[in-house]
Write a protein that binds this ligand. Structure first.
Ligand code: PA5
Length: 455
């Protein structure tokens, strides 16, 4: 079992130099020490999640009790409380999970994630659900996010109307152990509630019950998911650039950006199951690293999701010939060369005949190598992360790899990767305009903006 990083194509003329690389050993050591110091102070709880047996047991015990009871599970959440569950479902359940028969799902429920408040989507989703066989997971670290609370109120109204006092049986909250509005409601109404540790932030929470509970409910092996993450944690246990893969990734991305202007970081899996994983990474990298330094300078890379081979017919033209401001990280999956044999037909049509006898797996992998090589030939830096296979163990390892890389990158950029002050102002304006008590000043501030749509 392995997850490996090939970064040969970052050392191209005009990109990362050997001298920069050698100098970076001390830089990573400093970043690693800073991350570990915060961890030792009780922060950055995401580092402990792979070995948190209590949370694993909380999750598996609940999932075991729920087995066979529900045909549909619905996550109410947004941002870090939604992207992880979506990514896990797409990566680790068969293609088109929600459209499969009960038999093909082996009796496991469908999983819907309402990661927005678009009234049309929510109304349409609720209209199709068999309410009596549906469990709603209300996932919110803060227990107060407007979108998630609005989703909850809508669902709660429907459940109360249909089931009265038994509505609570259709609900489970995943939230901070002490803070927020959900926890007291859970206590008062005896609603099942699982914990997101206080020191784990939203976008770093996928290996807590935020991701584990939906995953376990649809039959994903969450023990293996955590085992893969724990293995990656061990591989990153010290700050040695020669052995720490997450540190290597962070340093290379930072060097390419800070020294060579490559501030757009593309993550491009060549595997459909990892399509939504790229969206999860985008939130992690963007919300963690896009910040204002104390001197007022704005910093941070811009992550971009892509999918191979699909985006070879779209964004790759830009990656190849557009501004030289990008790195591309491919995610390859090994061992699929035999999959999808292509029939040898149309022997008299050379443009088709050459494909016969090959496989789709082979074509996809060759396309990835060809694209990486072509980018390198044009001086465009790229790396390849290779997974032996897409299974819970490897996905767990990949999650921990990118989370640790984000923590290191925060130190390299000189920002706190674990806050998100930039999203607060918009939130305060929203609360003010929606009439939330305590936000009257924000409402007035918004109304006074010169070009605001204050109508
Ligand atoms: O990473 C973050 O902190 C955010 O993206 C949150 O996950 C998002 O705002 C949802 O927050 P909460 O889980 O508190 O409802």
């Amino acid at each position: 079992m392995a997850l490996s990083l090939d970064f040969t194509n970052m050392f191209l003329p005009g990109v990362v130099t050997d001298a920069e690389w050698s100098e970076s050993a001390g830089r990573l050591r400093g970043a690693h020490d800073a991350v570990m110091e915060r961890h030792a102070r009780g922060e950055l709880g995401f580092i402990d999640l792979p070995e948190d047996q209590a949370l694993l047991e909380q999750t598996t015990r609940y999932a075991e009790r729920a087995r066979g009871r529900w045909t549909d599970v619905v996550v109410l959440g947004i941002g870090g409380s939604a992207l992880g569950p979506i990514a896990l479902r797409t990566a680790l359940r068969p293609f088109g999970w929600n459209g499969l028969s009960d038999e093909a799902r082996a009796g496991n429920p469908r999983l819907h994630v309402l990661d927005n408040v678009d009234p049309d989507t929510i109304t349409a989703t609720l209209a199709t659900l068999p309410l009596d066989r549906t469990l709603f997971l209300v996932i919110s670290k803060s227990g107060g996010t407007a979108e998630t609370m609005a989703q909850y109120l809508l669902v709660r109204g429907a459940l109360d109307a249909r089931f009265g006092a038994r509505a609570v049986e259709h609900l489970v909250f995943v939230t901070d152990p002490a803070k927020g509005s959900l926890r007291p409601i859970a206590t008062r109404e005896s609603i099942a509630a699982l914990d997101i540790p206080a020191n784990v932030g939203g976008r770093f929470s996928v290996l807590s019950p935020v991701g584990l509970l939906p995953a376990a409910l649809i039959g994903i092996d969450v023990t293996a998911l955590l085992a893969g993450a724990a293995d990656m944690r061990r591989r990153c246990v010290d700050g040695d650039l020669a052995t720490n893969p997450a540190g290597t990734f962070a340093v290379l991305q930072w060097l390419a950006h800070a020294r060579h202007g490559r501030g757009i970081h593309v993550l491009m899996p060549y595997a459909d199951p990892l399509r939504d994983f790229a969206a999860w990474f985008v939130q992690l990298w963007a919300e963690s690293l896009g910040k204002i330094l104390p001197d007022g300078t704005s910093v941070g890379p811009t992550p971009v999701p892509a999918l191979g081979a699909t985006d070879q017919h779209s964004q790759v033209q830009l990656f190849m010939e557009g501004p030289a401001d990008k790195t591309v990280t491919f995610v390859a999956v090994a061992g699929r060369e035999a999959r999808g044999p292509i029939p040898a037909l149309h022997a008299d049509v050379p443009d088709l005949a050459y494909l016969g006898g090959h496989t789709l797996g082979e074509l996809l992998e060759i396309e990835r190598r060809a694209t990486a090589g072509a980018l390198a030939a044009r001086g465009r830096p790229n790396m390849t992360l290779t997974l032996d296979t897409v299974d819970p163990w490897h996905v767990g390892a990949l999650i921990q790899f990118l989370e640790l890389a984000t923590a290191y990158a925060g130190e390299l950029y000189g920002v706190n990767a674990f806050d998100q002050p930039g999203v607060e102002l918009g939130k305060r304006f929203t609360y003010g305009m929606m009439g939330r008590p305590g936000f009257e000043a924000a409402r007035d501030e918004f109304a006074a903006l010169p070009q605001s749509d204050a109508s």
